[in-house]
Design a protein around this ligand. Structure first.
Ligand code: PRP
Ligand code: URA
Length: 209
């Protein structure tokens, strides 16, 4: 079974409260999503492999550590996942970025894929799939399905707010997947929104609706 981790560092919890507040405007929402993602990325990258490298400091020769060549891809689920890309790139600037376009039918809550563009060598990369919201889990399940179909094997899913229903559905379909969230909320309402959640993440990030 993959890892499931609620990243409840005080700084993350404080910043999450700022964006949950309905009075938080687009500018601050965007900035704080970026800050939370950066804090999460720092810890999500904790098990990236290291290798030895011989260097000389001004004082002496030493064997030091550097990241071992595993390449990284960040894959946002459009639209809202876009808000989490820069937080990763600020820490891992050489990462490539793939995109998966997915929208939820507002009636059926079924996800629909409308766009997919991935780095060619996705199969050899550590892939961080990012989307602020894990609600029913439908979008994340379909995104991970598509990534596996294109050869990705080393996958981690990173979100800001998750519903228990979505976590269970994603774990049932992809038991090998590591899932990281800043908060595990209470439940989904009848419209498929996370309660208490933060509303529609895409609309709040981009100022639509
Ligand atoms: C939101 C969110 C997730 C999805 C989660 O996207 O960003 O992708 O819903 O819901 P699920 O777990 O029930 O699938 P939405 O479909 O609203 O599209 P948007 O990002 O373009 O606003
Ligand atoms: N998508 C969102 O943006 N918010 C929710 O609460 C559920 C799905």
């Amino acid at each position: 079974m993959g890892k499931f981790q609620v990243m409840d560092h005080p700084l993350i919890q404080h910043k999450l409260t700022i964006i949950r507040n309905k009075n938080c405007g687009t500018k601050v929402f965007r900035e704080v999503v970026n800050e939370i993602t950066m804090l999460m990325a720092y810890d999500v990258a904790r098990d990236m492999p290291l290798e030895d490298v011989e260097i000389e400091t001004p004082i002496a020769k030493m064997t030091a550590k550097q990241l071992a060549g595993r390449k990284v891809a960040v894959v946002p689920i459009l639209r809202a996942g876009i808000g989490m890309v820069d937080g990763f790139l600020q820490l891992i600037p050489a990462a490539k970025v793939g995109h998966i376009g997915m929208y939820r039918d507002e009636e059926t809550l079924e996800p629909h894929e409308y766009f997919l563009k991935l780095p060619e060598d996705i199969g050899s990369r550590q892939v961080f799939v990012v989307d602020p919201m894990l609600a029913t889990g439908g979008s994340a399940i379909m995104a991970i399905d598509a990534l596996k179909k294109h050869g990705a094997t080393n996958l981690k899913f990173v979100c800001l707010v998750a519903a228990p229903e979505g976590v269970k559905a994603l774990q049932d379909k992809h038991p090998d997947l590591d899932i990281y969230t800043a908060a595990l909320d209470d439940h989904l309402n009848e419209d498929g929104y996370i309660v208490p959640g933060l509303g529609d993440a895409g609309d709040r990030l981009f100022g639509t609706k």
